[in-house]
Design a protein around this ligand. Structure first.
Ligand code: HMG
Ligand code: MG
Length: 301
């Protein structure tokens, strides 16, 4: 067991979180959220996605949001891109990183991006090549790495396959994603090991939804393997419109609270992060979906 001394978090709240909201969220609120996240010390923020507005109307303001953020030196702003059309639109917004998103489950690939896993890799290849040639970083998300809402249990071999295919087309780092938040720690470990067959420890991150309340335990299981990159969502926002019933990502506040208690550095100011979570939760007219944020807010009163 070798726990890392430092963890790098990507807050995916503006994208994974807000893509799933029923009520429209104005671009100005999204921009305000990104600002508060960077003020809290987040150095990686997944801002939006350049997907079809017919599929995900909540992200139709992608270019407006990217144009509205005030970029801070040292912060990496990433966006999701499913195909060349998305890339061509995204590149005008000058992202630091694009994220191609595939799946370890065939049925989820079909439901989410309307193609097979093999077709998705064919689609991603020219996108990855164009981004790399333009000096834009490329990350790849492997959805349903442990479980699928349509196929059930997903074998680690499927994760290994997608990691291998992503590596072959030049994806620089991968997210092992528990899209529906159903995984438990040993299952998480096996999925991580599968990705690590093709990617260096520094290039594999955990993306855990918290539907069954397992995400912090899964994070700890990955930490024990030395994994030090994770994605989380402020206020526990999130879900995928094509994974019904899945709730948000593990709350960034909960992860930061745990890591701080373990003496693991994140560079994030927990109080300011709680403010960011409160800001978006106030807009959405609900309480932050984070136990740590709730406890800290209760203490403030
Ligand atoms: P399709 O219908 O097969 O695409 O969708 P198409 O190429 O046949 O095009 C159909 C129409 O969409 C055309 O317009 C295209 O121009 C347009 P029309 O002629 O009908 O007016 N179109 C686009 N418009 C804007 N931007 C684009 C784009 N591409 C085509 N990029 C497609 C295929 C991939 C586009 C669609 O399935 C899609 O947009 N899917 C995205 C679904 C999504 O965003 N899911 C959530 C993100 S993934 C996630 O949350 C998981 C993650 O968090 C990790 C985890 O937790 O697992 C990352
Ligand atoms: Mg997700």
């Amino acid at each position: 067991m070798s726990l890392p001394t430092r963890v790098q978090l990507v807050d995916v709240g503006p994208r994974d979180g807000l893509q799933n909201e029923k009520q429209p969220v104005p671009a100005a609120v999204k921009i305000g959220l990104v600002q508060r996240l960077q003020d809290a010390g987040l150095t990686e923020i997944e801002v939006t996605s350049f997907v079809s507005p017919k599929w995900v109307p909540q992200m139709a303001d992608n270019a407006e949001v990217m144009a509205g953020i005030t970029r801070q030196a040292g912060v990496r702003y990433s966006v999701l891109v499913p195909n060349m059309k998305g890339y061509e639109a995204a590149v005008l917004s000058k992202p630091d990183e694009i994220v191609v998103f595939g799946a370890a489950s065939e049925l989820f690939s079909q439901k989410n991006i309307n193609c097979s896993i093999a077709e998705s890799i064919e689609r991603f290849a020219p996108v990855v090549a164009a981004a790399r040639a333009a000096g834009i970083q490329v990350r790849g998300a492997i959805s349903c790495a442990m479980a699928c809402p349509y196929e059930g249990d997903v074998a680690p071999e499927r994760v290994e396959l997608v990691a291998r295919l992503m590596k072959q087309i030049g994806v620089q780092r991968v997210d092992v994603a528990d899209t529906i938040g159903a995984a438990t720690p040993l299952k998480t470990r096996r999925a991580m090991e599968a990705a690590l067959k093709h990617y260096d420890l520094h290039d594999v991150s955990g993306h855990f939804h918290d539907t069954y309340g397992q995400a912090l335990a899964n994070t700890y299981a990955a930490l024990e393997m030395g994994v030090w990159n994770f994605q989380s969502s402020v206020a526990g926002l999130g879900g995928c419109p094509y994974a019904k019933g899945a709730t948000g990502n593990v709350a960034t506040e909960d992860v930061v609270y745990m890591l701080r208690g373990m003496g693991i550095e994140t560079g994030i100011d927990l109080d300011k992060l709680v403010d960011a979570g409160q800001y978006i939760s106030d807009f959405l007219q609900r309480k932050p979906n984070s136990r740590a944020a709730t406890a800290l807010l209760n203490k403030r009163v």
